[in-house]
Design a protein around this ligand. Sequence first.
Ligand code: ADP
Ligand code: MG
Length: 989
Amino acid sequence: MIRQTDRKGKTPRRPPPKKPSNTQKDPVGVYCRVRPLGAEDEECCIEVISNTTIQLHAPDGLKANRNGEFKETQYSFKKVFGIKTTQRALFEDVAKPLVEDLIHCKNGLLFTYGVTGSGKTHTMTGSPGQGGLLPRSLDMIFNSICPYQAKRFVFKPDDKNGMEVQNQVDALLDRQKRDSQTTIPKTPTTRRIIDPEFADMISPEEACRADGVDEDGSYSVFVSYIEIYNNYIYDLLEETPFDPIKPKWNGAGTPLRNNTEFVPPQSKILREDQNHNMYVAGCTEVEVKSTEEAFEVFWRGQKKRRIANTQLNRESSRSHSVFIIKLVQAPLDADGDNVLQDKNQVNVSQLCLVDLAGSERTSRTRAEGSRLREAGNINQSLMTLRTCIEVLRENQMCGMNKMVPYRDSKVTHLFKNYFDGEGKVRMVVCVNPKADDYEETLLVMRFAEMTQEVEVARPVDRPICGFAAGRRQRNQAFKEELTRRLEERGGPVDGETPTVLSQLLQSFPPMPPCEISGPNDDVTLPRLIEALEKRHKIRQMMIGEYNKTANMLKSILQEQDSNILSKENFIQEQRGKLCEKDKMIQNHKNEIDRLEKKSKMLEYKIDILQKTTNIFEEDKRSLQQELESREQRLQREMSEKRRMEARMQGVVTDAKLKWEKECERRVNAKQLEMQNKLWVKDEKLKQLKAIVTEGKTENRQPQRPSREKDKVPPKRSVSPSPVPTPYNGSQSSLSSLEPMYNFPQTVRPDPPFPRPGGVCVASCISEWEQGVPQSRRQGSHSPPDSRKKAQGLPSSLERRRGRCWVKDCEVPVPPADVDLEATGHRTGLPVRPLHRRSHSAGGERWVDHTPATNVDLDTVMQPNIPNAIKVTAPSEKALSKCDKYVLTHQEVASDGEIQTKLIKGEVFKTRGGGQAVQFTDIETLKQEAPVPTSRKRRSAETGQAPEGDPMEVGWTDCETRCSVAVEMRTGSNLGPGYQHHGYPKRKKP
Ligand code: ADP
Ligand code: MG
């Protein structure tokens, strides 16, 4: 409702008006109407697939051109009307609710949109027999309000888009004035219409009316008709002012004198009223009292438009036509007789019916020159409409506050209030399914879909006026009752009831002839007097009757008054109850609001709890998974542990067994040694005895006490210096460190006790390894020759003892005798009295010493020496035949694995005729569990050895090299597990 609601205006001069109090919004209702295909059109590009959806198919030609880029597209609307839709059905759905709103003081805007020829005018106006939305709307309005219309000119438009209420007298005067001036025929009282052009737009049986029309209101309908062309507004109902030169236009749109000259219409401007509604200033508003009259006015404007278009060479499809129906209503006064004389109680609602210009692009109509400019403008106004809709949509969807460019075109500016303020907006999108229109139709569809997303504030209900309802009816009833009673009594009533009056007049006695024949005529006068007296009596009677009736009327009125009073009291009571109910409703609403909020809150909480539960469940799942994986790992580790334990047990039992054997053997060796010592002492004692007994004079050389001799440390006689020596070649360095052992010759024919093995290599190694520190060894390894000579022990004795170290039994030999030493550069090194076995005897022969205690490891890398003499214990016999010796020795490495060492040596003949083995090399065979360990060359620590192949690293490990000279002798108890101290081959000073 325009006048009751303040709206937001753009004019800065005015204080900002209040926003509409209601916040409810409805989307713009967009309907789609598909017209039937023309006779000449063949291809159809639109299919109605449901009553809300249509589908567009690209025409065949277009598909080929665009590589099939266009496919079927679907568009949905509030409702789709197919080709068979009747005008009435369309009206029922689209316009009827707007008319109902209009009658209930709410504004509406209905426009048709589409390309030229799509059926916009057909939809809006229609044709005889097929009336469109406009005539149907008018018909419905008048069908609804006809009995309650105010007399013409009771409502009078002011110049500022408002309405005034005139009193009865002024209205009557205006009516008389109009009747005398205008040539327009008075409102036809029947449905008979003269102009066949718009006859039979609506058949009487199709007539419909609105429900809930306020009978206590008085109504008037005003129509205006404007055209917007090239962004100018023209009033199509304007009476062209009389111009003595130019011909005058009559109301029907035909020139009065001659039609040679045409008066171009003056454009109008838009103004904003005090309620910030836009209106066309100075636009003609014609008050109409019936559908026919209204439609006649419309048709007048239509004709004028047609003539202007022809005269000015314009295309009607390029203009927008706007038909505005204003419904003015005001309450009847308390009597229910007249319109309440209060301007503030006047309500004006309006329904705009807009037939927009064709939405096609300029190129389509091949406009040229000035026509092109017009077309451009028309398109511009539609473009503005489009932009406004877009901005509105954006503002509403994204909560923005962008300026909507309503002012950019007259069309949008005029309807600004509908989008800014409140009202119901509906659009009928007309489409022609022919293939030629496909591309244009596509654009129309997009615009229409977008428009659906715009929302418009819902109009609020009009407040109820303070008077009691049913005034009109009561007034009517009273009038009827009065007439009836008067008729019953036959009494005269003032002019209002002419039939009763004439009856009364007829009941008077007729007047006798009053012509007096002469001065003595005494017949006429008395007759006249008699008649007049009779009449006087009747008059007196009538006065009495009148008074009686007046009294009766008074009593009726009083009755009515008391009736009204009681009804008013009742109403008052009801109002009070209503107020209470309202309060209750309000309370309930508040309660509902509160509960809704609470339920929302709870829903929110539930949501959160649900989420939390989900998170926890997720956690639980992941923890369970982790637990499972850990358990599996534990299981694996346990089984691994068990496996390892079993393996270790095996290793431990093996080692234990070996050690037990070894200990046994060592005990045996020790026993042997001790027995040996005992035997030597016995021998010495025997010799001493012989010397004492055989002759005290001969051979008196001082002897070292045997005890002292025994004290000679059983250590190696030749020992390499651990102190780095400046040697050049690795060969010489190696040889300088090579150990030497003498195997004493078993010359003694009758050993006092049997020896388990001819030579005990192990014990020799043991002695060396157990040995004293290097310095001590150095200090002790070479007792001075003089001392040894002083000892003067016969070599035979030494041999017999079977434990003579190389040093002990050595005699000075030329350096050439010792091969290994021949290349040495060092001086002061002990000369080894060894004879290298000649290799010429027929290649190398090996003694392969594998102790019986060795475990078969089932390794791939097994020593395989061809032509070797395999022994389980080194025997003199075997050694004498060979020049190379190898001991396969097993021990437990630090990682618990058994490692096999191949201790290699060369066999020398000692001067005494025994065999000596000089160890030259140790090869280590080691088994490892397949755990990747970072193997590092230990020799690399010295910074000497070059980095090489990792496989090589294992084999070139310094431990695998014999870089230490060790000596061993018979009975040495070197056993498995003995540590061999490796020394670097070379050391930098
Ligand atoms: P527009 O106003 O969009 O340019 P019109 O309303 O003038 O188009 O329609 C062009 C022609 O198509 C008219 O002759 C009209 O009678 C016809 N037409 C349009 N819509 C329909 C329809 N739904 N049913 C039958 N004929 C139609
Ligand atoms: Mg048209």
